[in-house]
Design a protein. Structure first.
Length: 235
């Protein structure tokens, strides 16, 4: 068009914006801001122990507030179906071992959580599950993972039915003793005989016999092994 002023070509920036290159005003690089995160010192063993004791105290207070009542004297078996950050859901191996007095409360709790699922899925696959918080794990260093077999006692409180005094159903085997040293590849008995009757010069002769040949490997050579053996004379 006659009299129109030509538009200058865009310079710099991402996407041709050309504004605020490196100054944080454009739509490209430089838009974000640096956030200072203070350095967190590593906790000492004493601090870790203090935190564990404080968490255990809070857990005891919570069980009293929620009026927890342990219903089983013996441990029953179950399987972890789902795991969250601080809790899990457990399916009992034999549902008949769940006490009758808590079955109605168990169904009520499961129905409540099923109603909260709105994305088309089913809560824990439709199974009747028990609640488990990590504070109720009795076995040290037990890591809850889906499919893990555990043993537990059943409790009931104002919120529902859950597991307590939780341990692994398959405890880790005891560490095996250190392996014994390997036997040399070939154990040779060497008899050095000085036969004066057949050897007039009195020169020592040698006879080798292999008694035991283990299968394990060893780096010692036969020549160096023979040199270490004592000299035996036969008269």
């Amino acid at each position: 068009m006659e009299g129109a002023v030509p538009t200058p070509a865009p310079t710099g920036g991402m996407g041709g914006g050309g504004k605020g290159k490196g100054k944080g005003k454009g739509k490209g690089w430089g838009k974000g801001k640096w956030i200072y995160v203070p350095y967190r010192n590593k906790l000492t063993p004493e601090e870790i122990q203090q935190r564990k004791e404080a968490a255990a105290k809070r857990h005891v207070e919570r069980t009293e507030t929620e009026e927890r009542k342990v219903l089983t004297a013996d441990l029953i078996e179950g399987e972890v179906l789902q795991r969250a950050r601080r809790h899990a859901w457990v399916k009992p191996k034999d549902p008949s071992q769940i006490p009758e007095e808590c079955k109605a409360k168990l169904k009520e709790m499961n129905d409540e959580f099923r109603a909260k699922v709105t994305d088309g899925r089913t809560f824990c696959g439709g199974a009747e599950v028990l609640y488990l918080t990590v504070a109720d794990i009795a076995e040290e260093k037990l890591l809850l993972t889906p499919g893990l077999a555990i043993k537990f006692k059943v409790y009931m409180d104002t919120k529902g039915v859950g597991c307590c005094e939780v341990v692994s159903a398959n405890p880790a085997p005891a560490p095996s003793p250190p392996a014994a040293a390997e036997t040399p590849r070939a154990i040779m008995s060497v008899i050095r005989v000085a036969d004066s009757s057949s050897n007039s010069t009195g020169k020592v002769t040698s006879t080798l016999s292999a008694n035991v040949i283990p299968t394990s490997s060893h780096s010692i050579s036969l020549r160096s092994y023979v040199r270490r053996l004592p000299l035996t004379h036969q008269r």
